[in-house]
Design a protein around this ligand. Structure first.
Ligand code: E4P
Length: 220
């Protein structure tokens, strides 16, 4: 499973990229607004830090303007994945950008029917939002299960399932069990994935016992 980081905070991206665990980055207009920086500058900087796909979202809603925006964003760096919303104009734009050879991430997916349309439109990634479905009392992970099952029936669908709106490690674990290709994680969730109280307790005990030996691996 590939891990993308869901943030536009360049300091966080640099720190997490150094772990070697980061395969890409996703941004959206809300994350860009939170960064307080100029969109194009942030995307350029992220693309230089992370060689994998970096999603940058269009903000127009009509096909012609979305396509112009998408083509402009695609020119920032070869690893830009243009993000378009799952609307009729968005999918028309997806088809055109895919025809240019640009990676397209179709975002705001909330149903299997929408995911089928995105795959047929040539999307590189489909982004189902699990957390936002859970928030409204629906089974977010059930959507991932349905999409993975449907895509697996059609080897000609090249679209990767990118689990988005992830809120906690269980979303990641369950999506991995289902075979989702990618999860985009808020930095806090990636950090949570390292943690287990028995790891902390076990390490403390090992270090205490080691200290009693008076030895040092690097010392004489
Ligand atoms: C990523 O591509 C999505 O925009 C993001 O995961 C949405 O997450 P949120 O529901 O926490 O805003």
């Amino acid at each position: 499973m590939k891990f993308f980081i869901d943030t536009a905070d360049i300091a966080e991206i640099r720190e997490l990229a150094a772990t070697g665990l980061v395969d890409g980055v996703t941004t959206n207009p809300s994350l860009i607004a939170k960064s307080g920086r100029k969109f194009v500058d942030v995307v350029r900087e992220i693309c230089a830090v992370v060689p994998g796909p970096v999603s940058a979202e269009v903000t127009a809603t009509d096909h012609a303007t979305m396509l112009a925006e998408g083509r402009k964003l695609a020119k920032i760096a070869p690893n830009v994945a243009v993000k378009v919303p799952l609307t009729p104009d968005g999918l028309k734009t997806c088809r055109a950008l895919a025809g240019d050879g640009t990676m397209v991430n179709v975002t705001l997916c909330f149903s299997p029917a929408q995911a089928i349309l995105a795959a047929k439109s040539g999307a590189k990634f489909i982004s189902p939002f699990v957390g936002r479905l859970d928030d409204v009392g629906t089974d977010g992970l059930g959507l991932i299960r349905d999409i993975v099952q449907i895509y697996n029936q059609y080897p000609d669908f090249m679209t990767e399932v990118l689990v988005a709106s992830v809120r906690h490690p269980i979303h990641v674990i369950e999506s991995a069990k289902m075979g989702a290709h990618v999860a985009t994680l808020p930095p806090s969730v990636l950090r949570q994935m390292y943690s287990h109280p028995l790891t902390d307790k076990g390490l403390a005990a090992f270090l205490a016992d080691w200290q009693k030996t008076g030895q040092s691996i690097l010392g004489t």
